[in-house]
Write a protein that binds this ligand. Structure first.
Ligand SMILES: NC(=O)c1ccc[n+]([C@@H]2O[C@H](COP(=O)([O-])OP(=O)(O)OC[C@H]3O[C@@H](n4cnc5c(N)ncnc54)[C@H](O)[C@@H]3O)[C@@H](O)[C@H]2O)c1
Ligand SMILES: O=C(O)C[C@H](O)C(=O)O
Length: 329
């Protein structure tokens, strides 16, 4: 194999998403079946041994594309030469913790990681933030990396996108493969807005096919938006395999392009499109090509959608204000 390996850094590598993610990266599902990879696993010091255990298992899979694994607790080492950064490790909200405490604790993680990316990553680095609150953590990392083009910092809403595809397929008796052009707008939180007004099912408009605004408002949107909490309730732990799957989908689409006539949802820095204030990392419909993405232009936003997009964007603005007040951006 002559191709230069792609350096993929995964933070929180010993966590549950890490465990569901690393084997799929090493098998070629993140970047492509012909792309060799080197893995860098970043963990906090007490979790290094667990990360070593995962690395032993990766070795034992004898993946032909896996050309090396480094394990470290130093972000400067982990991001040295990184082409792809998957920022999964984050501080979860614990009992009695206020939102400000959570943002501050995550600032302590994402600010130094953003700086390490700024100082050490490869020129073509692409960053996906998975760790919650993902959009605002991405903003913190981005602010600490002024030398990296801002658009390289993205947040994951592909899990929400995938959840919405399945709910819509179930309602309409179709398959997810029949559905195109679905959009998640806003924050990866309960305020997110899954939009089916531009989506198609086997070529027909999805909202017209469903023709049930009550289902849309009272079932579809809350089911998708609160799915993360429902998974936690059911499993006693947050989504892991589906989150890892969405991270794979996000990066694969970004690197390898979207299909003609379709788009995906990504949390990306707003350019002011659709009334989302510039710079907020908000979810949009995007097409991708040659490793870059573009917001789908010119969609008509009806009143139903406008109110919901605005509510989620307002929450993102409040989070941005909170991290600004904490001096994190
Ligand atoms: N955006 C999404 O759609 C989505 C979906 C599911 C989960 N999540 C979020 O992903 C994050 C990870 O979830 P998980 O289930 O893997 O959690 P987990 O607790 O199982 O694992 C997190 C890991 O991160 C590590 N970590 C903590 N601080 C670190 C640091 N500074 N550097 C490197 N590693 C560090 C921990 O040691 C732990 O091993 C959580 O914030 C979760 O809420 C996001
Ligand atoms: O970790 C969580 O709080 C939930 C997660 O973001 C999810 O959407 O499954």
């Amino acid at each position: 194999m002559t191709r230069t390996p792609v350096n993929v850094t995964v933070t929180g590598a010993a966590g549950q998403i890490g465990y569901a993610l690393l084997f799929r990266i090493a098998s070629g599902q993140l970047l492509g079946a012909d792309v060799p990879v080197k893995l860098r696993l970043l963990e906090i010091t007490p979790a290094l041994k667990a990360a070593e255990g995962t690395a032993m298992e990766l070795d034992d899979c004898a993946f032909p594309l896996l050309q090396g694994i480094d394990i470290t607790d130093d972000p400067n080492v982990a991001f040295d030469g990184a082409n792809v950064g998957l920022l999964v490790g984050a501080r979860p909200r614990t009992k009695g913790m206020e939102r400000g405490d959570l943002l501050e604790a995550n600032g302590g993680i994402f600010k130094p990681q953003g700086k390490a990316i700024n100082d050490h990553a490869a020129d073509d680095v692409k960053v996906l933030v998975v760790g919650n609150p993902a959009n605002t953590n991405a903003l913190i990392a981005q602010a600490a990396a002024p030398d990296v083009p801002a658009e390289r910092f993205t947040a994951m809403t592909r899990l929400d996108h995938n959840r919405a595809l399945t709910q819509l397929a179930k309602k309409t008796g179709s398959t997810v493969a029949d559905i195109k052009r679905l959009t998640i707008w806003g924050n990866h939180s309960a305020t997110q807005y899954p939009d089916i007004f531009h989506a198609t099912i086997a070529g027909k408009n999805a909202a017209e096919t469903v023709n049930d605004e009550k289902w849309l408002a009272e079932e579809f949107i809350p089911t998708v938006a609160k799915r993360g909490a429902a998974i936690i309730e059911a499993r006693g732990a947050s989504s892991a395999a589906s989150a890892a799957n969405a991270a794979i989908d996000h990066v694969y689409s970004w690197v390898n392009g979207t299909a003609d006539g379709d788009w995906v949802s990504m949390g990306i820095p707003s350019d002011g499109s659709y009334g989302v204030p510039e710079g907020l990392i908000s979810s949009f419909p995007v097409t991708t090509k040659d490793g870059t993405y573009e917001i789908v232009p010119g969609l008509e936003i009806n009143e139903f959608s406008r109110a919901r997009i605005d509510a989620s964007v307002k929450e993102l603005e409040e989070e941005r204000e909170a991290v600004r007040a904490l001096g994190l951006i």
